[in-house]
Design a protein around this ligand. Structure first.
Ligand SMILES: Cc1cc2nc3c(=O)[nH]c(=O)nc-3n(C[C@H](O)[C@H](O)[C@H](O)COP(=O)(O)OP(=O)(O)OC[C@H]3O[C@@H](n4cnc5c(N)ncnc54)[C@H](O)[C@@H]3O)c2cc1C
Length: 444
């Protein structure tokens, strides 16, 4: 049984109570974050001679690549999230607690939390990422984001609520504004979201609101540089742009947002768009926890790690996934903030912890790059994997299959498959509910 099963275990830990001093105590590994990286660490340590405690401020593991489908009423939130306890209960040496980490006392080997500090022998920090507003904090207040389940529900509620308000809006300018959505950021999340919003409006809301002239509705994707989907090859990028425009997304390239205020998006060149919904997906940085660490940080507040994924000054502390900054990807760039990197770093961190326990040398992280993909809409995607570059229908089928298989939990896979089939054959979306979690922005 894991030592962390009782709440009191953390409180009674004495810092000098090291596994070396009492050889009959197993090393304690604390993992902060039950995301792609954290769960990969835990799974790699299952059944090994260590006690593992995962902590997370949520009690679920979120499958973020499908989050945009929750925001656009395609999937229920429950179908892309899985309770962490349901995962860890299978393993005798792994436990979970729903706790928020607030910092780390490296000297005394304690994770500082909103409750008692939690002692560790080995620590893995895998708290993921947060939006980056590049110092313009007002953007956080004035825009919607898409980083977790609450964000996705708020966004869905707000878009549907805006259409409800449009029904009773007499002023044509305000009515058009309520039906205008601006997505800032032409990376995979922005592209997927813009494509899915257009489909929601054209296939579903058009029929739900026969009293509205839905041709007034606009989905505008804004990108600061001259192309979308930067990580893809130039050919796939232009295919994606073509597909987006063909679907009805207005793509505004070379447009830098200077300010968003009360629904008015003002660009650096002085032009402006009035929109009922503005979504920010233009920047990402390491989770806030990174800021609280006394450790060197790189761009996007990501924590600098050794090639073996641990901190130079504290070799028993590993940082992985979106939180970690390590160069060595293509042309010496830092590894990107994507799920496969987090999963593979999780495995390497776990192996290096076991190596340290046995006094063996640690191995550097090596990434097996299996490619990238993004969906744009119905039968439209781009895929660059295993040396094959695809766009359109075959890429979309590949995207569907890979994402379905990667979801945690058999139940979730079945539910998502049924939802996708329903959406595909009926052109409908079953989840267009306006529920409690609404960020009220009626002034827009
Ligand atoms: C909308 C969206 C779409 C994406 N699409 C793709 C895609 O298509 N393909 C792809 O490869 N990648 C995609 N990504 C990126 C991918 O999800 C991340 O790279 C990956 O999740 C990183 O794994 P991680 O373990 O570092 O962080 P996460 O998986 O985000 O897990 C971090 C965990 O830490 C928890 N946490 C955060 N702070 C604390 C704290 N202080 N205390 C306790 N717990 C904390 C969080 O609740 C979360 O469970 C997407 C991300 C988003 C947001």
């Amino acid at each position: 049984m894991a030592i962390y099963r009782q709440d009191s275990s953390a409180a009674t830990f004495r810092p000098h109570d090291s596994p070396d001093a009492h050889s009959n105590r197993r090393p304690r590994v604390v993992v902060v974050g039950a995301g792609f990286g954290g769960l990969s660490v835990a799974r790699s340590l299952k059944g090994r001679d260590v006690d593992v405690l995962i902590i997370d401020c949520n009690n679920y593991h979120g499958f973020w690549p499908l989050l945009y489908q929750v925001a656009t009423a395609g999937l229920e939130p429950e179908s892309i999230a899985y309770p962490v306890r349901a995962i860890v209960r299978k393993y005798q040496n792994i436990d979970f607690q729903m706790i928020e980490a607030r910092g780390v006392d490296f000297e005394h080997r304690l994770v500082l939390t909103h409750r008692e500090p939690i002692p560790y022998d080995y620590l893995v920090l895998a708290a993921g990422s947060a939006n980056n507003y590049f110092g313009n904090d007002a953007l956080a207040e004035q825009t919607y984001s898409l980083k977790n389940i609450d964000d996705a529900q708020q966004l869905r509620n707000h878009v549907l609520w805006s259409f409800e308000r449009a029904v009773n809006e007499r002023d044509p300018r305000r009515r058009a504004m309520l039906m205008t959505l601006v997505v800032v950021g032409g990376g995979p999340t922005g592209v997927e979201l813009a494509g899915a919003f257009v489909e929601l409006i054209r296939h579903v809301l058009q029929h739900d609101y026969p009293m509205l002239d839905v041709s007034e509705a606009q989905v505008i994707l804004v990108e600061a540089i001259d192309q979308v989907l930067m990580p893809f090859s130039p050919k796939l990028r232009s295919k994606a742009l073509e597909q987006l425009r063909h679907m009805g997304v207005q793509v505004r390239l070379n447009s830098v947002v200077a300010e968003v205020s009360n629904g008015r998006v003002v660009f650096k060149d002085g032009s402006a768009i009035d929109a009922g919904t503005v979504v920010w997906s233009a920047g990402v940085q390491a989770a806030r926890l990174a800021e609280a660490l006394d450790a060197p940080r790189a761009r996007g507040r990501r924590v600098q790690v050794e090639p073996t994924l641990n901190l130079t000054e504290h070799p028993e502390v590993f940082v992985i996934g979106d939180m970690a900054y390590l160069e060595g990807y293509k042309k010496g760039q830092a590894y990107p903030m994507i799920a496969p990197v987090a999963v593979q770093q999780g495995k390497r961190a776990a192996r290096n912890i076991l190596a340290r326990i046995c006094g063996k040398p640690l191995h550097p992280f090596r990434y097996a790059d299996r490619g990238i993909m993004a969906t744009i809409g119905r039968r439209a995607a781009v895929l660059d994997a295993f040396g094959v570059k695809l766009s359109g229908y075959p890429a979309w089928l590949g995207w569907l299959f890979i994402h379905l298989m990667a979801l945690a939990g058999f139940r979730n896979r079945v539910i998502v498959l049924i939802n996708w089939a329903f959406n595909y054959f009926t052109y409908d979306r079953g989840v267009r509910l306006i529920t409690g979690a609404r960020k009220m922005v009626d002034n827009r």
